[in-house]
Structure formats: structure tokens, C-alpha cells
Ligand binder design. Sequence first.
Ligand SMILES: NC(=O)CC[C@H](N)C(=O)O
Length: 388
Amino acid sequence: MSGGNFGGGTALLVLEDGRIFRGTTFGAVGQTLGEAVFSTGMTGYQETLTDPSYHRQIVVSTAPQIGNTGWNQEDNESVGPTGDFTEAKIWVAGYVVRDPSRRTSSWRATGSLQDELVRQGVVGIAGIDTRALVRHLRTRGSMRAGVFSGDALAPDAELLARVKDQPSMLGADLAGEVSTTSGYVVEPVGGEARFTVAAIDLGIKTNTPRMFAERGMRVHVLPSTATLHDILDLEADGVFLSNGPGDPATADGAVHLTKEVLGQGLPLFGICFGNQILGRALGLNTYKMKFGHRGINIPVVEHDTGRIAITAQNHGFALEGEAGQEFATPFGRAVISHTCANDGAVEGVRLLDGSAFSVQYHPEAAAGPHDAAYLFDRFTSLLEGDKN
Ligand SMILES: NC(=O)CC[C@H](N)C(=O)O
């Protein structure tokens, strides 16, 4: 299978602090704007590219060779516009790599990464010294950026002006831009549903409903605008708050809904953006991290047990708080249950009575290690009535 035709033309990556990296065209030719962030995952580029949480971000891959396994119809993490799992959108705004594979080699591949980027009009850049770029982003922090090639090329000062003209990720309200508008249902694996879960889609990854379905749950994936009435109408046994893009400080609607759900005493579980929203509903604040956590080998400590899980992560914001800190909320006492072993960032919260809990990392693990899959079992036990 051919790897596609790339590397022909000049492409520029322009950062908002004026630093410019020169490379070659990769994927679509043209212009894209977004926040430059880096991911350290050595595998799973298709899951990363299709994760709706990356909406409006230009992703830099620290893994130097990208594209070896091409593109397949199984690893998509977004749902297609018609609810079709095989026809998934690439959500990243742009893709920055060192060395794109010239050849696709996988029995699952239906095409090349290059061709899929072109088909979906996603502008990339290759031949970049990604080590230098990532060191720059670690020192200066994630920042606004643009990739330019073909007709979009212009004098540096003009490109920089375009980069600075875009809105910042701080204050960006994006969940409504990626959420399903109609809702859809994911049926339990093996027939009869043991429980019904209302999943609020703020940018949900496809593997999450699948994890519930494998545990005998019927999952109603609801739009980000869903109300408590929608949840009660379904007679849902529990509520799930998904991952998603943007600044959690803007997600007032989801925070309000979460408070209502907690007020009803319905079991609640959240992942990533969902963790930030549960935290806010419990009275915590969020902040923008310098360069965030994006990768598939990030260690997290669970304070109850001292157990460490190696986790998949993708977040640029975090909750304020200290490891093991307990605090009062209108819904009972809560605790900062998990923190990152690298930098102490908050990675989980829960109500002490066990009825609501969430994590900043990705137990659905697509891509990533499966250490944290037990959290789906914990939610299952919670729906069975066991709060521990
Ligand atoms: N993956 C996510 O849910 C990301 C949450 C949020 N947008 C952040 O960057 O922190």
C-alpha cells in the first residue's frame, strides 16, 4: 500500500511567541490555527487524531515515526456525523511530526494516514525537529500556533499576525461544537440491559460507551445540552460525564446539571472534562496548566490504597487541590482521591459516601494501558448498590 505523496512543498509552523519551525507539507496543504500541544504516546495516533478533546489543538507527536500502521476502521474515537462509528472525524486542528512513514504496514489498514489527512482536509507538517519544539513548549508552555503551506504561505510577520488573531484556549467553550446533537444509544453486549446509563456527550470517545456496554449497560449518549428531565425520563440508573475539549471554567451548563444530578442522589462517574465538571460542582476551581499531560504512560497515585496506575491522559486544565485533601460540599464531604506522581496535579475526586467519583485520566484506554479499567467495574458496583 502506498504511503501517499508528501514531503514536496515547504510548510511553516509559527508559534505565537514568534518562533518559526520550517518543515515540509504533510496531509492537506493550506492553513490551520490552534493551540500547539505535545503528546508523548508512542502508539495510538489514530485514537489521538480522532479524540474530540483535541478540537482546536495542533498536536505535536514526540514519537519520531508516525503513520506506520496507516488508517483503519476500528480505532476511531469519534463518531461520524451520522452516528456511524466507522466514519469518524479527525478532530485535531493540525498534526506535527518528525518522520511520516512512507509505507503503510498493518493487516487492519484500509488506507494511509497521509491520504486520510488529505481526505479530511487536515493540515500537517513533517520534517520538524520535534525534540527542539517540545523542549520549547515545555519551557514556554502550550501556546497558539499555525501551520501554513501552499497558497497560505506569506511573510513571517503576516503569519504571526494570523496566529495571534485566533482566540486562546483559556476561556474557550467548545463542548457544544463536538457533542452529538441528536443523541444515540449503545446497546449492552450480550443482550439484556442490567442498567441504563445517561452519558452526557461533551466530546465523548467511542471506547467509553463500549466499556459500559461490556458490563451489561445500555448507554443513552445525550447532547451536551441535556437536562435533568431528559435523564429522569430515561429512568437512568446512573449518569456519566464525558471527556471533551475547551476550558472547563466555561462549562456552566454541565456544572449546573451535575449539581442537579448530585441533588437527586443518582450515581455519577466522570472522565477528564467530566472530572473537572464534577470538581467544579463540588466547589473546586480549575486552572490552565503550563503544558498539560498528554500521553499514555502517566503515573497516578490513588490515595486510599497507595496504588499507582499508569494512565492515558490528555488534559491542559486541572482542578485545584492537594493530595488526599477532604472538603465539605452541599452533597456531603468529598476528597481529592488521585494525584499525578510526576507533578502532583489533581487526577481524581469523589464524594466520601462513594456515590459520585471521577478521574482526570482515561480508564477507557484508547489508546493506552488498561491499569485503570477497574473504575468501570467500580461504577458497575455502584449501580448494583455497593458504594465502596
Ligand atoms: N480530554 C479531556 O477531557 C480534556 C479536558 C479539558 N479540555 C482539558 O484540556 O483539560
